[in-house]
Design a protein around this ligand. Structure first.
Ligand code: SIN
Length: 544
């Protein structure tokens, strides 16, 4: 294995000294399914819970989830079968114990979500309606509003939070950095709040534990299904505080993201795998069904297999996208089952009732993140992580469809089981000797383009080295203004640097990590995980 180069990025974010301060027992960073579940389950067990979120409560990725939430809830299904599908998709890189937790606790966790008031879709006979997505051998995806599962879950969770006045919420609050005690554990965090009355600007929250539930890193790439808030903040905050990050190279590219042209940038419309679950098929411009013969599940093969097959066909034909044919579903079915996707396609001038949908892979999900144990504990005392920001080990090298909402739900419940008994005393922060720095928001586009063209679906040593060179150069550009754009861009740079280095070190193809120059899986050299740690802005990578 090549040795990881030494990289320099800011050891902490440059920010003004806190102008206000407050205390809490637990601060939950993020307000999707993971964050709000953690807060609700901690209620009554700890005194003061503060939820902070970078935008409004509903702005994160949960809201955008279409397909649904996977759990062995149907007749004939079992956690064991869900476990097998999850492990197969993960391509030998899952933590088997974490997967077992996910699939065995999943059904009960979903039933609790229903009890909380989430309205999942039901069949005419009154049974929970379950569908299938890529990599699943059973119908086990519960969905809501047809294709608006995340929005319905988010609605139910926000309604529950609104009924819980003991949980304080601060919106428009970016987590800047953790405050660390003498023992290296959590003493609090600094926040930047925009326009919340007395709590405006940078402030310090002194607390006994922090639960990171701040989502993923999709904005590292030029095209992603993730909303604009997904800038890897939680991962970067944890890394700067000394937490171990794991499996960063395993970034999932969703195969069927609507192609809006070469200049389209930022969040792109997802065409849920559930559309293929209902029988839609992928075709090239000549109408050939190119997934046939690639995998026994054809168009419903695991996501990495489909994304790679699309990319291969795009390269063979020189076309910038392939096509999804869902015309056989008919207008009535489209309107009932996929109203959100139907409306989105029509907004972009494509009527999927009669037209093929142009699709191409785009960044969708970070399978890696802050390494946690089976109870959501990170390697920093008092710091927990759950949901996409975490790497609990359930996804391995490639997440199984609709396991993401489930992961946030299950592991947040687990955190709430252990955290109250592990609360640290409130401690003063130790002097922060990390080197502060900031890159300007203006370098974001160049960073995203370097990551997309060289660290995207297809990777090779030359491209990865070029990306590392560009990132090194960008790390040397100093921000002239201290603002949210610069903080987020510095977080993107920090995570991109570690991600690109991990991708260069993993000289094999596994799951969502596709090396053109090492096309085979290499269990002899790479059956372990790549862990990254940082000490005052210097990153180190190790294969464990
Ligand atoms: C989809 O609906 O295709 C996305 C579901 C997921 O990311 O698991």
């Amino acid at each position: 294995m090549p040795t990881a180069p030494v990289r320099r990025v800011p050891g902490r974010l440059l920010a003004p000294d806190p102008g206000w301060s407050t205390t809490a027992d637990v601060v939950v960073v993020g307000s999707g399914i993971a964050g709000l579940t953690a807060a609700l389950r901690l209620r009554g067990q700890v005194d003061k819970i503060l939820v902070v979120t970078k935008d409004v409560l509903a702005a994160g990725s949960t809201q955008w989830a279409q397909g649904g939430i996977a759990a062995a809830l149907g007749p004939g299904d079992s956690p064991e079968e869900h476990e097998v599908d999850t492990l197969v998709a993960g391509a030998g890189a899952c933590d088997a114990k974490a997967v077992r937790v996910l699939v065995t606790e999943g059904p009960e966790a979903v039933r609790e979500l229903i009890a909380l008031g989430t309205n999942f879709d039901h069949d005419p006979d009154g049974e929970l309606s379950l569908t299938r997505e890529g990599g699943h051998h059973r119908d086990r995806i519960a969905h809501a509003g047809g294709d608006a599962t995340g929005a319905e879950i988010q609605r139910a969770l926000i309604a529950a939070i609104e009924q819980a006045p003991e949980i304080e919420v601060i919106q428009h609050a970016l987590a800047v950095d953790l405050l660390l005690a003498d023992d290296g554990g959590v003493a609090g965090l600094t926040l930047h709040v925009m326009g919340e009355g007395q709590r405006d600007g940078v402030g310090a929250v002194h607390c006994r534990a922090v639960v990171l539930a701040s989502g993923g890193l999709g904005q590292v790439f030029s095209q992603t299904t993730n909303p604009s808030v997904s800038t890897g903040d939680g991962m970067a905050v944890a890394l700067r505080a000394g937490a171990v990050l794991r499996d960063l190279e395993f970034v999932q590219f969703h195969p069927t993201v609507m192609y809006l042209g070469p200049d389209s940038h930022g969040q792109q419309p997802l065409i849920s795998e559930a559309v293929r679950g209902e029988g839609a098929v992928l075709v090239d411009s000549e109408g050939n069904r190119f997934m046939q013969g690639v995998h026994e599940l054809a168009d419903l093969a695991p996501r990495d297999v489909v994304a790679k097959a699309i990319m291969r066909r795009m390269m063979e034909t020189g076309e910038p996208h392939m096509w999804l044919d869902a015309t056989h579903l008919g207008a009535a079915f489209w309107e009932r089952r996929f109203p959100t996707i139907l409306a989105t396609c029509r907004r972009y001038g494509v009527d999927p009732v009669t037209d093929l949908i142009p699709v191409a892979p785009a960044c969708h999900y970070a399978s890696g993140g802050v390494h946690t144990d089976l109870w959501g504990r990170s390697s920093v005392p008092g710091l927990y992580a759950t949901g996409e920001v975490a790497c609990s080990g359930v996804h391995g090298a490639n997440r199984l469809a609709s396991n993401s909402l489930l992961e946030g739900l299950v592991f947040s419940r687990r955190i709430a089981q252990v955290l109250p008994g592990e609360l640290r005393p409130l401690q003063p922060p130790a002097p922060d000797t990390r080197t502060a720095g900031l890159v300007p928001g203006a370098v974001r586009r160049e960073l995203q383009e370097a990551m997309t063209s060289r660290v995207g679906v297809l990777r090779n040593a030359g491209g990865l080295a070029e990306a590392a060179g560009i990132l090194d150069k960008l790390a040397g550009v100093t921000a002239e203004t201290v603002d949210q754009q610069s903080w987020e861009t510095t977080n993107l740079l920090t995570i991109s640097t570690a991600l690109a280095d991990a991708a260069a070190l993993r000289e094999e193809t596994r799951g969502s990590h596709w090396r053109e120059d090492f096309p085979e899986r290499d269990d002899e050299r790479f059956s372990g995980h790549l862990d990254v740690v940082m000490d005052d802005g210097t990153t180190t990578l190790e294969l464990r």
